[in-house]
Design a protein around this ligand. Structure first.
Ligand SMILES: [Zn+2]
Length: 59
């Protein structure tokens, strides 16, 4: 029970690869959490699909 290689896996922030903070899991900070959210939203905006006109008022 003394193998130095058997350590628990350190979960890292997917944004900056720093060890993540339990308070902001799976990220290391609010900054990375917000950044991931922005990335996600931008991906959603650029997804190909039916274009819906946001100003599409019926005549
Ligand atoms: Zn981070």
């Amino acid at each position: 029970m003394s193998t130095p290689n058997e350590r628990p896996v350190i979960r890292r922030c997917p944004i900056c690869r720093k060890p993540r903070d339990p308070a902001f899991t799976p990220f290391c900070s609010t900054r990375c959490r917000d950044r991931d959210l922005v990335n996600w939203l931008e991906e959603g905006y650029t997804l190909p699909g039916p274009v819906v006109d946001p100003e599409g008022d019926p005549p």
